[in-house]
Ligand binder design. Structure first.
Ligand code: GLN
Length: 287
C-alpha cells in the first residue's frame, strides 16, 4: 500500500476498533479542505483518511488518531486482534505522529490510574500519568470554553481568523495528573501503586532517534478551576487562581487531549494537528 506513495501524499489513519472514529474522519476531511484553501506548501499535500483495524492498514499510515470511547474496550479489542504491538511500534519505536482523544489519551499515557491490573493494556508514548474518569460518571459530562494557546493567532495560526475559545466536551474524561520524568525507574515505582497500570517500554528506532528528540512533556492546555470554566462571569478571575487540570499535552509527535474535539464540528485542532503532521513528515522525508 505504501509502494506508490508520492512525496506529497499523506495517509492518516483513525483507529476504528471502538468509539468515535467516524466523527474524526469527518472532521479530518473538513480540516483538509480548510488547509487546501490556504495558499501554502501544505496545499500540495494529498491527504487520505482511513479507518484502521488491521496491522496492514496501520502500516500504510503516516499518522494516527486514537479516538474517544472506552479505553478498556479499545485495548481489549486491540489485544484480541493483535494490534497492541503494532500500535506500540508505530507510536514508540517509529515515533510517528499520533493524537489520542479522551480514551485515546489514556491509551497513549505511560501510566493510568483507576484501572484494574490485567484489565487494561496501555500503548504509551506520553510520559504522563492520567487519572481516568476524573470528573465522575457519564451524567457529570460537561462542556467548557477553553483557551488553547497553540490555536491562537498570536502563535501564528491565522487559518480560522478568530481567537474564539474552543468549546470542549468532556465525557468521563481523564486528566493528566502527573508529568513523569523521562526515565524508566519512575514507572516501575508507579506499578506498585494500587489500581495503576503502566505501558511496557520500547526503544525508539535508531534512525528515528537521529531525527527526533523525545524531550519533556509540554502542557498544551489547562482547564481552569471547573466552576470558572463553566461560569465565564465576574468570578472567573478569582477562580482561575485555582491550579486547574492539565487536559492537553504533547511530547515529540505524540499529542493527547482529554476532551472530544471530534464531537463539536470545530475543525481547528484537526487543522493544527494536520499541519504538525505535515511538518513532521518534512523533517522525516528531507535528507
Ligand atoms: N472513561 C473512558 C475510559 O476510561 C474514556 C471516556 C471517553 O473517551 N469519552 O476509557
Amino acid at each position: 500500500m505504501t509502494v506508490n506513495k508520492g512525496k506529497g501524499d499523506v495517509t492518516v489513519g483513525v483507529l476504528a476498533l471502538q468509539g468515535a472514529f467516524s466523527e474524526h474522519i469527518q472532521l479530518l476531511r473538513q480540516a483538509a479542505e480548510i488547509l487546501a484553501d490556504k495558499h501554502t506548501t501544505l496545499v500540495r499535500r494529498r491527504w487520505t483518511f482511513i479507518e484502521v483495524r488491521t496491522e496492514l492498514e496501520l502500516s500504510s499510515c503516516d499518522a494516527l488518531i486514537i479516538p474517544g470511547g472506552e479505553s478498556t474496550a479499545i485495548s481489549l479489542v486491540a489485544q484480541r486482534s493483535n494490534m497492541l504491538e503494532p500500535l506500540r511500534d508505530f507510536v514508540k519505536v517509529s515515533r510517528k505522529p499520533t493524537w489520542g482523544t479522551c480514551a485515546g489519551l489514556i491509551l497513549l499515557a505511560e501510566s493510568a490510574n483507576r484501572t484494574k491490573k490485567g484489565g487494561q493494556e496501555l500503548i504509551g508514548g506520553l510520559d504522563v500519568r492520567v487519572n481516568r474518569n476524573h470528573f465522575g460518571r457519564q451524567i457529570e459530562s460537561f462542556q467548557a470554553n477553553l483557551d488553547l494557546p497553540f490555536l491562537s493567532k498570536a502563535n501564528g495560526n491565522d487559518f480560522v481568523g478568530t481567537n474564539e475559545p474552543f468549546k470542549a466536551i468532556f465525557i468521563r474524561a481523564p486528566i493528566v495528573e502527573r508529568l513523569l520524568p523521562n526515565v524508566n525507574g519512575e514507572q516501575i515505582e508507579q506499578a506498585t501503586i494500587e489500581e495503576t497500570v503502566i505501558a511496557p517500554s520500547r526503544s525508539m528506532d535508531e534512525t528515528v532517534r537521529k531525527i527526533i528528540n523525545i524531550g519533556e512533556v509540554e502542557v498544551m492546555g489547562i482547564l481552569p478551576g471547573r466552576a470558572a470554566a463553566l461560569k465565564h462571569d465576574g468570578t472567573k478571575e478569582k477562580l482561575d487562581a485555582e491550579a486547574g487540570d492539565i487536559i492537553a499535552v504533547r511530547q515529540a509527535n505524540v499529542f493527547g487531549t482529554s476532551f472530544h474535539p471530534e464531537l463539536t464540528g470545530d475543525a481547528r485542532i484537526h487543522v493544527w494537528w494536520l499541519e504538525q503532521v505535515s511538518e513532521a513528515l518534512n523533517r522525516r522525508r528531507s535528507p
